[in-house]
Design a binder for this molecule. Structure first.
Ligand code: GLU
Length: 416
């Protein structure tokens, strides 16, 4: 399979593979290959020193057979329509795998949020929200944070949508601050989910979390929380990295001290008494669990042979290419796929949406125990599918997810 495939081509290839195993009806297969709705918007923002600048954004809804479209919003200089299409399709499978009543969507704005002032970031978010307001809404499409976005950006999105509606609409977006209808536990949910599914895999292998060695690529929304929670549960986080570089210490990093260092300096780099390690080298460190929690396309046909982890748990979306999947599989490295491993985020987004609609809020322990119940059940179903069909966990997860979406599509029937 050629490595130069873009994420959407990879997503289609993965779908075609499981469609074959499921003997999916050709018509249903054709429906699932295409995003239901795609919106591209070009809009101006006033930028200090350079006047009016045009930006391009996207919102893609892949499928809504099982409920409103759901998925994050990405601010990144290299995002593009095919990447957003792939991420939207992956959201459809992810929501179906954890069996929450949503379809899949994704949004993106081509920009470098770090180069914008706070006021420009707010203007960009509010204008993008206005442009896509014709397709988003609490019962149609609900955005959330993703790469380059955060709770504050979700707050601006909620406020803008509400200003147009003339009343407050908290359920239009998830991942908001708790003060305006966000959920307890949402910030850490994706990282906690990564740890929960790792624990389930450890049980299958009879491994202990205590002293297990973990390397994490990425120290943002997902990697940072996963590092803290792994550390709290007795694992040894031996390496982490961010866009500026990485650090390693085979004795295990002091994660609470590292979090303070990142707060002060903006990066994990130069954390005292550690060795520097590059983002590429971190993938080749010897460890029990490697968590790619940055961007897609990190473990490829070119470097999968160097991976020395015993297990890979995908915190990011799409970090492993199909060539790399095959190499890791042939080397006996267990891989827990993104659509299961990072589904904790959207699961607590679902809880947030439910709480907003009911205006009735849960405690953090209620959120976390419901999250654990959903992820453990999803893990067990995916594991069982992998045994029944003798396939890897990614294929098994897709089998579970695609079958549920196909069934919903068939049951609803084709309109008109
Ligand atoms: N961006 C996250 C993901 O890729 C969360 C999406 C959501 O909560 O809707 O799963």
């Amino acid at each position: 399979m050629p490595e130069e495939m873009n994420p959407y081509q990879i997503a289609l290839r993965q779908l075609d593979h499981v469609a074959g195993i499921l003997k999916l009806d050709d018509g249903i297969h054709a429906i699932l290959q295409k995003p239901k709705r795609e919106l591209t918007v070009n809009f101006p923002v006033q930028i200090e020193g350079s006047g009016t600048q045009m930006f391009t954004g996207y919102r893609v809804q892949h499928n809504t057979s099982r409920g409103p479209a759901k998925g994050g919003l990405r601010f990144h200089p290299e995002t593009n329509l095919d990447e957003v299409r792939a991420l939207a399709m992956w959201m459809t499978w992810k929501c179906a795998i954890v069996n929450i009543p949503f379809g899949g969507a994704k949004g993106g704005v081509v920009c470098d949020p770090k180069s914008l002032t706070l006021a420009e970031l707010e203007d960009l978010t509010r204008r993008y929200t206005t442009e896509i307001s014709i397709i988003i809404g609490p019962s149609s499409d609900i955005p959330a944070p993703d790469v380059g976005t955060n709770g504050q950006i979700m707050a601006w999105l909620m406020d803008t949508y509400s200003m147009h509606a003339g009343h407050t609409v908290p359920a239009v977006v998830t991942g908001k601050p708790v003060s305006i209808g966000g959920s307890e536990g949402r910030i850490d949910a994706t990282g906690l989910g990564v740890v929960l599914v790792t624990e389930e895999a450890f049980k299958k292998r009879n491994w202990a979390m205590d002293g297990a060695t973990i390397a994490i690529q990425g120290f943002g929304n997902v990697g940072g929380a996963a590092a803290r929670i792994f550390h709290k549960r007795g694992a040894k986080v031996i390496a982490v990295s961010d866009v500026s570089g990485g650090i390693t210490d085979s004795r295990g990093l002091d994660i609470p001290a590292l979090v303070l260092h990142v707060k002060q300096t903006g990066s994990v780099v130069d954390f005292p008494s550690t060795e520097p390690v590059s983002n590429e080298e971190i993938l080749a460190l010897e460890c029990d669990v490697l968590v790619p929690a940055a961007l897609q396309g990190q473990i490829t046909g070119a470097n999968a042979g160097q991976v020395r982890a015993r297990m890979v748990v995908e915190g990011a979306n799409g970090p492993t290419t199909p060539d790399a999947d095959a190499i890791l599989g042939s080397r006996g490295i267990l891989l827990i796929p993104d659509v299961l491993a990072n589904a904790g985020g959207v699961t607590v987004s679902y809880f947030e949406w439910v709480q907003d609609i009911q205006s009735f809020f849960w405690s953090e322990s209620q959120v976390n125990s419901r999250l654990a119940r959903i992820l453990r059940r999803a893990f067990a179903e995916v594991w069982a599918a992998s045994e029944t069909h003798r396939v890897d966990l990614r294929t098994a997860a897709y089998l579970v997810g695609v079958a549920r979406v196909a069934e919903a599509t068939l049951t609803r029937g084709i309109y008109p």
